[in-house]
Design a protein. Structure first.
Lengths: 253, 106
């Protein structure tokens, strides 16, 4: 039960943790209760302002906008949208055309568009988190954001994704070199990108024939990119503050 | 709940919690069982504490000193006023609905 409690933010646990555990000891949670607790934990993380009057409040975001933690969670949710899109696509209706029968995955496009929009938000937020000197990284982020959203609406034009992915690569390198992203986040984002390139190159060279499975694998390999980007956005401010507190001469180790 | 803006999915559970506390302070488990009796539906622990946090942050309820790790909550004057307004509104709605049913002869 303490594992369930750890899903909540620390300040929430400090305020409600004891009585919450006492409640769970009085009534051990069943499966539905556990789902409800997870929903409650997500809510507590997304709405940290919902705390008792008189309790100390966390410092608001410096720019007055939505907190980076909430934004990071939303961006990471893009990975789930991609998975949903793939499930929808592989269960699409069979269509008989001139070139034979194929599965119509058009219903997946709205989910991919949602995921691409979240990706774009993450890229643009990262651009604003970069040091002022990283102009190239910022330009790459904007380019990647525009092309990623464009591609999600016209998924058959692979060139759009190639441009977007080079933009993400340039942004990732810039963010890592400036210490805005940690090694783990950069590895997740750029590793997912690299893996998708391998599959994409294989598909273009005909290594997978006409199998639609290659597309599903391509998209699933990309999902860690949303997770890494979301985590990087959520942590960038604290990384920047640490970096400013302890000057580092070179890039992150 | 008209007087509880931004409660979202916690609006209905919050009303039940205010209802439950209207006859005296209760701790989380007692509220949970009481709400199940009132509404006929179980109240999950995550929803209970999401609603409690909202009600407390807006001053509708207040926490008392814990007893054996169980912290009782009680209605504040603002919470009692809000609950009364909600119940009056529901009574008005019920009376109007019943009157209309009577007029239509159903």
């Amino acid at each position: 039960m303490t594992a369930l409690l750890r899903l909540y933010p620390r300040d929430w646990r400090e305020r409600y943790g004891d009585e919450f555990l006492a409640l769970l000891e009085s009534k051990p949670p069943d499966l539905l209760d556990r789902v409800d607790i997870v929903r409650g934990a997500v809510d507590a993380r997304l709405h940290p302002q919902e705390r008792p009057a008189g309790e100390p409040e966390p410092p608001p975001p410096a720019d007055g906008r939505v907190s980076d933690r909430g934004l990071g969670l939303a961006i990471a949710f893009g990975a789930a949208l991609v998975v949903v899109a793939m499930v929808v696509a592989i269960n699409g209706p069979m269509v008989v055309g001139e070139g034979g029968s194929y599965r119509d995955g058009g219903a997946a496009i709205p989910f991919l568009l949602g995921a691409a929009l979240l990706l774009a938000v993450g890229l643009v937020r990262t651009a604003t988190q970069l040091p002022s000197a990283a102009e190239g990284g910022r330009a790459a982020a904007v380019l990647a954001a525009v092309f990623a959203v464009w591609w999600s609406a016209m998924i058959w034009i692979f060139l759009l994704w190639i441009v977007a992915s080079f933009g993400i690569l340039a942004l990732g390198v810039s963010a890592y070199r400036t210490g805005t992203w940690g090694r783990a986040d950069a590895t997740l984002v750029l590793g997912a990108l690299g893996a998708s390139w391998l599959i994409g190159a294989g598909a273009l060279l005909g290594a997978f024939g006409a199998s639609p499975d290659a597309y599903v694998v391509f998209f699933l390999l990309l999902t860690p990119m949303w997770l890494g980007l979301g985590h990087a956005v959520a942590k960038a401010r604290s990384r920047t503050m640490r970096r400013q507190a302890v000057p580092v001469e070179s890039g992150p180790r | 709940m008209a007087d509880m803006p931004e409660f979202g999915r916690f609006a209905e559970p919050s009303l039940y919690i205010l209802f439950s506390l209207s006859d005296g302070p209760k701790h989380g488990y007692a509220i949970m069982t009481d709400v199940e009796t009132i509404s006929g539906s179980p109240l999950g622990p995550g929803t209970l504490y999401g609603a409690l946090a909202r009600l407390e942050s807006r001053g509708f309820i207040e926490a008392l000193e814990p007893v054996d790790r169980r912290r009782p909550y009680r209605l504040t004057a603002l919470g009692a006023t809000t609950l009364r307004a909600q119940l009056e509104q529901m009574r008005g709605l019920a009376q109007t609905g019943l009157a209309r049913l009577g007029e239509s002869g159903r």
